[in-house]
Design a protein around this ligand. Structure first.
Ligand SMILES: NC(=O)c1ccc[n+]([C@@H]2O[C@H](COP(=O)([O-])OP(=O)(O)OC[C@H]3O[C@@H](n4cnc5c(N)ncnc54)[C@H](O)[C@@H]3O)[C@@H](O)[C@H]2O)c1
Ligand SMILES: [Zn+2]
Length: 352
């Protein structure tokens, strides 16, 4: 089993456990950290396969003598609403959950974000554990302590609340439908590009068939490392925004899936890196993104539209737009970029 700690040195907030078979045949002891007074487990999950995993986890937990209840919330971002959170609070009241008890989120990033938000706020903070069941949730959403719901815009209401444990079963990730693998691959590749050249090499060798146990372990290590080095998000975590400046603009302008938008954003950021840092791998990165089945351009979008959405982005500073750029594969930097560079970056993905 892989065990990766997240948090300041010597004071980990979260442990990430990666092992095959944890979800299909749940080991209650691995999912539920012991705590004095802990008697009840409340599991929030999504319809479909995550609910199946959640129910079998519930049975395994009950076999250990604890109480376990499972609640299925709406699928995808329909779960991330204050109304769903309120229903969950009322449900937890009915269970008489205490601060010694535990909330578990089983599913994709929508469920882990909701479960984390409920855990952050119910009784002013209850421990949460995540069992991410998508590639995106495993390598991204479940790590870093950001929780939230959508109010008008995405994630506008939330709190930092780290899960005490994240349990990842690469076998579950490997069983995902192709489109969810491709979607999560954008963030896994991003992790490699900003922090692990060997992960990028793995994708160059195997394409989308890269072994998911190694992909997950490597991508998780990158995010865990970046988060631990900037635990309270003062600045250096921004390297994780690689591909997300243009990506957010494209996502909003064209209503693309997040992973697709990030892929296009990484191509644009690769071009900007070439101009600003002298990065030499932009063409190779674009070819790899295409090889993985992700889009490398967003032709037909007006630059003015994409820019107006980019301008709304939180990463704008007084000096102008700040972007995360690559110096080399595996090393990123965050820097202000001028208007001409933004124009050329957008042109590189067909946005004029
Ligand atoms: N907190 C963070 O730092 C952070 C980071 C990135 C993304 N996010 C959030 O994560 C969410 C996106 O995550 P996501 O892509 O996992 O989406 P999701 O939770 O919406 O899940 C996508 C789909 O996958 C299905 N699914 C989940 N597990 C499955 C499985 N094992 N087999 C088959 N289908 C399965 C779900 O039912 C859903 O239909 C967004 O809300 C985003 O804001 C949060
Ligand atoms: Zn992202």
């Amino acid at each position: 089993m892989d065990r990766i700690l997240v948090g300041p040195a010597g004071a980990p907030a979260c442990e990430i456990l990666i092992e095959e078979g944890l979800v299909d045949d749940p080991d209650a002891g691995l999912v539920v950290p012991p705590r004095d007074g802990r008697t009840r487990i409340a599991v929030l999950t999504q319809p479909g396969r995550p609910a199946v995993y959640a129910r079998s986890l519930g049975r395994a937990v009950r076999d250990t003598g604890l109480t376990a209840e499972v609640r299925v919330v709406p699928d995808r971002d329909a779960a991330k609403t204050l109304a769903t959170a309120e229903e969950a609070y009322t449900w937890l009241n009915g269970l008489a959950l205490t601060r010694d008890d535990l909330i578990v989120g089983v599913g994709g990033g929508a469920v882990t974000d909701l479960a984390g938000f409920v855990g952050a706020t119910y009784l002013r903070g209850v421990d949460v554990v995540y069992v991410p069941t998508t590639l995106l949730a495993a390598v991204d959403a479940a790590i870093g302590g950001k929780t939230g719901v959508n109010i008008g815009g995405k994630n506008l209401v939330g709190a930092f609340h780290h899960p005490v444990r994240v349990v990842i079963d690469p076998g579950v990730i490997a069983g995902l439908p192709d489109e969810l693998i491709v979607e999560g691959t954008a963030e896994a590749l991003k992790a490699g590009l900003v922090g692990d050249p060997e992960l990028v090499a793995l994708y160059e060798t195997h394409g989308i068939d890269a072994p998911l146990d190694e992909v997950v372990a490597r991508a998780v290590r990158v995010k865990a490392g970046v988060v631990s080095a900037d635990f309270t998000e003062q600045g250096t975590r921004a390297v994780l925004n690689y591909g997300h400046t243009v990506g957010h603009g494209v996502e909003m302008a064209a209503a693309l899936p997040h992973g697709h938008a990030v892929a296009i954003g990484m191509v644009a950021a690769g071009r900007a890196s070439e101009i600003v840092t002298g990065f030499t791998g932009a063409d190779r990165q674009r070819d790899l993104i295409g090889l993985l089945g992700l889009p490398t351009a967003a032709p037909g979008l007006a630059a003015s539209t994409v820019r107006s959405f980019m301008a709304l982005d939180k990463k704008r500073s007084a000096e102008g737009l700040r972007m995360t750029l690559l110096e080399t594969v595996g090393r990123a930097t965050v820097t202000a970029v001028d208007d001409a560079t933004v124009r050329r970056a957008l042109e590189a993905v067909g946005i004029t």
